[in-house]
Design a protein around this ligand. Structure first.
Ligand code: ADP
Length: 524
């Protein structure tokens, strides 16, 4: 073995150190380090193992000058096994001058490769063993104290490189986890640094505001305000409120944004301060939550209360009024007046019970417990009965029925079909205050029957048509308010028809009248 010079040792150490500083690619560093180490020590086979931080196993990472069979035999080495385990436990350089006399696990594999002696060098950083560098020799070599000194220094360099790579890897993993959390947030998230510039915006916030992150990151909040101005209702007010909220972070204030674009919806922005571990101010965060549905529910709840109390009070007042009148001791009512008053009480009680019935149906629909009992149903009698009943009630309308000669049976719940038809005919009467013809017709199609109720009443605008099947929706004009109603009828019809496997829709022209259609599947 030629004598190694001090300057060759120094050159090897410098080469490895330079490589550690030049690149962050751990494989490249390890490959270079192994090669340099083998060169300076005058050997040609060796391996570097990395220690799995969880299991403690040594995983073969880089090798040079060994056969494929050796690589596969040594791919994973248990923590407690043989020489490697010993080197790890002691944290010290270990020399086996003669493999043949050594009871090590890898002795057979080493002897098969022709190795006679070896070195195990733990790779350390911060007092922890992060890996192992093995060098094999084909001679029965006695490694010297100089070798040990040099290899220990090399081991430290490599240990630092591994520790750095693990730190970077950990940070990268943590960043990736955080990133995917922020990406999968169903709320929008915006982070603003302490200079008032946008530092982060997640995809949900991009979508909510209709602004791409790349247009916002690095921009000042003023720029964002300008961008927002065209997408939010009452921008001046909103921007003033956002500013005030940003100045009052400790109270985690909220601001409501009524967006007009890219999608009309209501967002709630909640501000929160961001501090570093030492409590220093880093900036602020903004969580955006879509509260459109909650707003709608709120609105619907108050609308329901208003309608229901109005609709309950009117018949109740009239029942109470006529009953009190009839009970007066000081007046004697003739038979006709008495009957007339009682008829009103009777009618108003029906109105009350219908409203309560509708409310109950609605709550069953909401709870998903509206039960249908479908059977083979003949629509003819249902249509004729309903028409006859309403014809008696309203002389001003001529209600006609137009049915094909043989109407096949449909698969439906007759009681519920009655209810739908009653609602549609009642609406046709209610919303054609000038009287006029109303036609109830049926048409047989391939696999269903379509029933239509047409009137020549006040009709509906296109945008009203879109909403009439919504709960509590009423076209709010003097003409509809006058006739009363809860806005529940059509939404219940829709729920019933759909539960029976059909469809319901309407066609209409303001001033000319409306036609409501629904379909029901043929009985099998
Ligand atoms: P309401 O109890 O108000 O009648 P509905 O759900 O039955 O509730 O109807 C919802 C709204 O649809 C009504 O308020 C009315 O404005 C409109 N509408 C229903 N039927 C007709 C029709 N035949 N012609 C015109 N408008 C109608």
């Amino acid at each position: 073995m030629p004598k190694r010079t001090r300057s060759a040792e120094l050159a090897a150490l410098t080469t490895i150190a330079a490589q550690v500083n030049r690149t962050q690619d751990l494989d490249e560093i390890l490959r270079g380090a192994l090669q340099t180490t083998l060169e300076v020590i005058g050997e040609d086979s060796g391996e570097i193992f990395l220690r799995d931080q969880e299991t403690g196993e040594l995983i073969l990472h880089i090798h040079q000058g060994v056969s494929a069979a050796f690589v596969s035999a040594e791919a994973v080495v248990g923590e407690e096994e043989c020489l490697c385990g010993l080197a790890i436990k002691s944290g010290r350089f270990l020399v086996v001058p003669d493999m043949a006399s050594h009871p090590a696990r890898s002795r057979e594999a080493c002897l098969r490769e022709g190795f006679r002696s070896c070195i195990r060098l733990p790779l350390l950083a911060r007092g922890e063993v992060l890996g192992l560098l093995n060098i094999q020799s084909r001679e029965s070599r006695r490694f010297t104290a100089d070798d040990e000194e040099l290899l220990t220094a090399i081991g430290h360099q490599i240990g630092i490189a591994i520790a750095n790579a693990q730190l970077i890897d950990d940070a990268e993993k943590r960043r990736a986890t955080l990133d995917s959390v922020m990406h999968s947030l169903v709320d929008g998230l915006i982070l603003v640094d302490k200079r008032g510039r946008i530092a982060y915006i997640n995809p949900c916030a991009e979508e909510m505001l209709g602004l791409p992150a790349r247009a916002l990151i690095g921009q000042t909040v003023e720029v964002v305000d300008r961008e927002m101005a065209g997408r939010v209702a009452r921008p001046d007010q909103v921007i003033a409120r956002l500013r005030a909220a940003a100045a009052d972070l400790q109270n985690r204030p909220t601001v409501e944004l009524v967006m007009t674009a890219p999608v009309a919806r209501t967002l709630q922005a909640r501000f929160f301060p961001i501090h570093d571990a030492g409590g220093g101010h880093l900036g602020l965060g903004l969580l955006l939550r879509d509260i459109t549905r909650e707003k709608e529910l709120d609105e619907m709840k108050s609308q329901l209360l208003a309608t229901v109390s109005h609709e309950l009070r009117t018949p109740l007042a009239s029942i109470k009024g006529f009953a009190t009148t009839l009970l007066r001791q000081d007046v004697v009512w003739d038979e006709n007046t008495r009957r007339e008053f009682l008829a009103i009480i009777d009618e108003e009680s029906d109105r009350l019970s219908e409203l309560i019935g509708n409310l109950l149906d609605m709550s069953r629909i909401e709870a998903g417990t509206l039960r249908m009992e479908p059977e083979a149903t003949d629509l003819g009698p249902i249509i004729h009965e309903t028409v006859a009943k309403f014809q008696v009630m309203s002389q001003r309308h001529q209600i006609q029925v137009s049915l094909p000669p043989a109407l096949p049976l449909v698969w439906a719940d007759p009681r519920r079909v009655h209810q739908v038809l009653r609602n549609l005919v009642e609406n046709a009467i209610k919303y054609s205050p000038q009287g006029g013809p109303i036609t109830v017709s049926a048409q047989v199609q391939t696999d269903r029957v379509q029933v239509s109720v047409a009137d020549r009443g006040i009709g509906l605008e296109a945008q009203q048509l879109e909403r009439i099947f919504d709960r509590f929706y009423q076209v709010d004009s003097a003409s509809t308010r006058k006739v009363g109603g809860s806005g529940l009828g059509l939404s219940i019809c829709k729920a019933i028809v759909e539960a029976l496997g059909g469809k319901i829709w309407a066609e209409s022209q303001p001033g000319l009248g409306s036609t409501f259609h629904f379909t029901l599947p043929l009985a099998p």
